[in-house]
Design a binder for this molecule. Structure first.
Ligand code: SAM
Length: 285
């Protein structure tokens, strides 16, 4: 089987199987070997690793992963891609293609079975509308996780890395930065995909912290405070938290906590750092 990752071979495979791209599955296949090499290099996958690939498409990145990893599980939702993957991956014995919707799968069971519960590396080029739910569910679940190297919309990568006082800073920045070290590995223009997407993309590596960088006694409360603050960006923190879901505190209690933190009463939530949100949650608890 020819190595994929260039336009000619991708077109040949798609023609042979008379494949029709499905918009609902966000199918944009990578056709640039330099980008593929960057992803593999950044993922740090070695011969010791079990890798979970989400959305293998026709198996372009999967071939690279099989060359580098001990074992690969590739989860693909589109049944029309399964026979194609069978052919494009036929020379590899260290891969299992799983025909499933990743959002409905028990990833923990898979990791237990394939990697005896040791930390897994995830590599993915997914439809953009499911990247955030997948990243958050991987972090929040009990799946033992080393890192996620993932292609996302360029703006989303920037939001994940943003700090206080910037327009990109929001609940996603804080959630990702609570769990992981972030590193943008590559910017990927639309012409690296077939068909071309309408937006620029970026590969971001999220390396899970062994210990979170800030300590909160109640993660759920801290994230409720964060969500409430950014749901109403224009309001002061005190007004934003008033009557917000999951935040059962009076204005007076919030004001007292802010005073203890030596922050002004009219501060906006969007200017608080992750450490300050953790501190606020500990004071209110
Ligand atoms: N990894 C391939 C590449 O880089 O060429 C394909 C990337 S394409 C952007 C996204 C892939 O994810 C498609 O193959 C699509 O069918 C698959 N996909 C979409 N939703 C999925 C889901 N919920 N579970 C598993 N795979 C999914």
């Amino acid at each position: 089987m020819a190595v994929l990752g260039n336009p000619q071979n991708t077109i040949a495979v798609l023609k042979k199987y008379n494949f029709n791209f499905q918009k609902k599955f966000g199918q944009n296949f990578l056709i640039d070997t330099r980008v593929l090499e960057k992803i593999i290099h950044a993922s740090g996958v070695t011969g010791e690793d079990f890798v979970l690939e989400i959305g293998p498409g026709i198996g372009t990145m999967t071939q690279y992963l099989c060359e580098h990893a001990r074992e690969v599980a590739a989860v693909e939702i589109d049944k029309n891609l399964i026979p194609i993957l069978k052919e494009t991956l036929s020379t590899y014995e260290n891969v299992e293609v799983i025909h499933e919707d990743i959002l409905k799968m028990n990833i923990n069971d898979l990791v237990q079975k394939k990697n005896q519960g040791k930390a897994v590396k995830v590599v993915a080029n997914l439809p953009y509308y499911i990247t955030t739910p997948i990243i958050m569910s991987l972090f929040e679940s009990q799946v033992p996780l080393d890192s996620i190297t993932i292609m996302v919309q360029k703006e989303v990568a920037e939001r994940m890395q943003a700090g206080p006082g910037t327009k990109d800073y929001g609940a996603l920045s804080l959630a990702v930065q609570y769990y992981a070290k972030t590193e943008i590995v590559a910017n990927v223009p639309p012409n690296c995909f077939m068909p071309r997407p309408n937006v620029g993309s970026a590969v971001i590596k999220l390396t899970r912290y062994k210990e979170t960088p800030v300590q909160t006694s109640d993660e759920r409360l801290m994230f409720a405070l964060i969500r409430a603050s950014f749901n109403q960006r224009r309001k002061t923190l005190v007004n934003g938290l008033n009557n917000a879901t999951g935040v059962p505190y009076t204005k007076q209690q919030v004001l007292e906590a802010l005073e203890t933190m030596e922050l002004p009463a009219n501060i906006r939530g969007e200017t608080l750092t992750l450490k300050q949100f953790a501190e606020l949650s500990n004071l209110l608890l």
